[in-house]
Each structure stands twice: as C-alpha cells, then as structure tokens.
Design a protein around this ligand. Structure first.
Ligand code: 13P
Length: 259
C-alpha cells in the first residue's frame, strides 16, 4: 500500500508574514494524526525555508521542500542554490523539472538528470515532474512526450540512487492543467499515471515501480481531488493555487487521508 503524499508548491507567492500566518492557521486546523496517514510537504520560496523549518512553526511531521536545486554542490553559479545548502536548512524534498522551470528557464533533460542525481546524492527526495502541453495532447503525443521526458532524464541517473522507491516521487502535471482551472479528468489522470508506472517498471523493475508514488498536479481543488485520488495509480497531489490557503490545503490532506 502506497502512503498518500500531498505537496504544496507555493511558487513565487507569499511574503514572510503570510508564510507565518499560513503556518499558524495550518497548525490549528490540521487534524491530529494526519501525518500518520499522509506525507505532507510544503515547498515555499527559498527565502522562507528557514522560517518554516524552525522548531514548532509547522505541525510535527510536516516537512519542507525546495522548488528547485542546482546540479552541482557548489561553484560559480550566481543566483543558484545547491541541494547541500537545502539540506543545511532541514529540507527533505526538492521539486525537479517543473514545467515552469522547463519553460521559463529552458531546463533540458540533461540538466534535470544532473539535478536528480545531485538531489539524491545529498539524501533529499526529488519530486520529478513530467507532463505534456495542450498541443501535444491534442495531436495524440501524450504518451510519447512522457516517455521522452522520463527516459531522457532518468537514464542518466545512477540506478542504485534512484530506484529506492521511498526516495523518489514522480509527479504527472499536464501543462494545460496548471493554473488554468481545467484539471485532468480522473480517466485522463489514471491513464497517464498507469503509463508512467509502466515506464518506471521498464526502467527499474516492476517491484520498485509498484512502490513509487505518482502525484497528480494541475488545478487540484477540494472539489475535484477526491475523484482524482480514487484512481488506483494516483498516490497524491502536487498543488499550486489551492495550497496557498491553509483551510483548502487541510481539506486536500483530509481527502487524501480518507482514501
Ligand atoms: P495549480 O494547482 O495552481 O494548477 O498548480 C499546479 C502546479 O504547478 C503544482 O506544481
């Protein structure tokens, strides 16, 4: 049985006061025992990581993730943050290959392979994002694009690092569903997740593939999440907009816990 995971991706949102307000409200509203049923991850901007990992700011067991990380441990890369630096801040997860990074920062599969390897070497858990654009779906290329994104990045990641099923999270985020209010239907999500699990099996074997959690992301809300979570190959959510509000984020966690 795969334990559900719900991750908040706050992107470039919230100032420090808003982060602390969220943490207070979230701590009050999260039902006791939630972390035993659901892994909960919050990915704020880099500048707010330390505020959230400070003692008792978040409920016990709720952990923090980075939204990106570099492929080197250190060096002349102005403006960048390495996985080792994230580790210093008690960060546990790192989002790798989000479509906004691919689109606005031209992140290639080669770079993503490096980022995945560096993340895993630092002992952090990558949340590796893949997903097709609208035009790719409309022209029947969804599976092909997923295959390319998976194999191009993962073939260069040392198998012994990545194939520990508890240390690797995959996220299916169809680009057309991100921030649009147009979520994938449960059928579309299940079909893509099943295909991704097949690709994981091809890469790392059926047993590992059966244990790796695959999150759905793209316009997740408390209204649509239960139906998506009911899909057998959906193991949680990677949530943007709806995670910015503590009450809505708690609702999503409760939905995942009830599965
Ligand atoms: P939304 O939930 O705002 O569509 O964003 C999804 C996302 O990009 C999470 O990484």
């Amino acid at each position: 049985m795969r334990k559900p995971l719900v991750a908040a991706n706050w992107k470039m949102n919230k100032n420090l006061n808003e982060v602390l307000d969220f943490a207070g409200e979230f701590s009050r509203k999260l039902p006791h025992g939630s972390v035993a049923k659901v892994d909960i991850v919050i990915c704020p901007a880099f500048t707010h990581l330390a505020a959230l990992t400070a003692n008792s700011v978040l409920p016990g067991g709720v952990v923090v993730g980075g939204q990106d990380s570099h492929w080197e441990e250190k060096g002349a890369f102005t403006g960048c943050i390495s996985p080792v630096m994230l580790k210093d801040l008690r960060v546990r997860y790192v989002i790798v290959g989000h479509s906004e990074r691919r689109q606005y920062f031209s992140e290639s599969s080669n770079m993503l392979a490096g980022k995945l390897t560096a993340t895993l070497k630092a002992g952090l858990i990558p949340i590796f994002c893949v997903g097709e654009k609208l035009e790719e779906r409309q022209t029947g290329r969804t599976f092909k694009v997923l295959e390319e994104q998976m194999t191009e990045a993962l073939q260069f990641v040392p198998k012994e690092l990545a194939s520990d099923s508890s240390r690797f999270i995959l996220a299916y985020e169809p680009v057309w569903a991100i921030g649009t209010g147009q979520n994938a239907t449960p059928g579309q999500a299940q079909e893509a997740h099943k295909h991704l699990r097949g690709l994981l099996a091809w890469l790392w074997g059926a047993e590992t593939a059966g244990q790796i959690r695959i999150l759905y992301g793209g316009s997740v809300t408390p209204d649509n999440f239960a139906a998506i979570m009911a899909c057998p190959d959906v193991d949680g959510g990677l949530v943007g907009g709806a995670s910015l509000d503590a009450e809505r984020f708690v609702k999503l966690i409760e939905i995942a816990a009830a599965r």
